[in-house]
Design a protein around this ligand. Structure first.
Ligand code: URA
Length: 205
């Protein structure tokens, strides 16, 4: 299927885009979620980081990467010498998808249709921020940005391209790291994320 970019006239500012997205009903995920979790960071960032979707804590806080996966991202970005306040951080999907289990809300991976609907907002964010480099963390971000769902671990560390040609550095998702049960393997996965973030920093230098 041909991939089409969002072609709406760009809003005057990122805040206008955020306000438009806040009322999004493009897919059913808006129903159960608390709110849209839009990207945050300077509009003139050279680097855009894209994750999958907000988790439980992000859904409540209205900010991306503030829960456990965010703590991993912050630690590794810091170790890689990246200043989060100078990076635009967002997600491929802006609403939290979950199933309720008692009082807990369990993360559900967004399906291809949900990712495609939400690409509308990601395309517009990318067009407005116009980063020099995007880091795609995990399979969902990678598929949304590059159009390819090929295995992530084989692509990790490589640089691909978004629909408009913006370079996309592929890496693993912080939540994946948290799910690795073996401590040694988990430390290795953390080191991989860190080295990809170092590569992003060096690429931009
Ligand atoms: N996982 C993501 O992909 N994004 C977040 O904002 C939090 C967890």
């Amino acid at each position: 299927m041909a991939r089409r970019e969002a072609v709406a006239p760009l809003p005057g500012s990122l805040d206008d885009l955020r306000a438009q997205a806040a009322g999004c009903t493009r897919c059913p995920l808006h129903g159960p979620a608390t709110q849209v979790v839009f990207g945050e960071g300077p509009v003139d960032s050279d680097l855009m980081i894209v994750g999958e979707q907000p988790g439980d804590q992000e859904d409540l806080a209205g900010r991306p990467f503030v829960g456990p996966a965010g703590a991993v991202f912050d630690a590794e970005a810091n170790a890689a010498g990246l200043d989060r306040s100078r990076v635009y951080v967002t997600n491929a999907v802006k609403h939290f998808k979950f199933t309720a289990r008692g009082k807990r809300r369990i993360h559900q991976r967004p399906d291809a249709g949900e990712v495609e609907h939400c690409r509308w907002w990601l395309d517009l964010e990318r067009q407005m921020v116009a980063p020099r480099l995007i880091v795609a963390m995990g399979a969902t971000a990678c598929a949304s940005l590059t159009g390819s769902g090929a295995g992530l671990l084989k692509r990790r560390g490589g640089i691909e391209a978004a629909a408009d040609g913006t370079p996309v550095l592929v890496t693993i998702h912080p939540s994946y790291i948290l799910r690795v049960p073996d401590p040694t393997a988990q430390a290795e996965a953390r080191a991989q994320l860190r080295s990809d973030l170092v590569a992003a920093r060096d690429w931009l230098a």
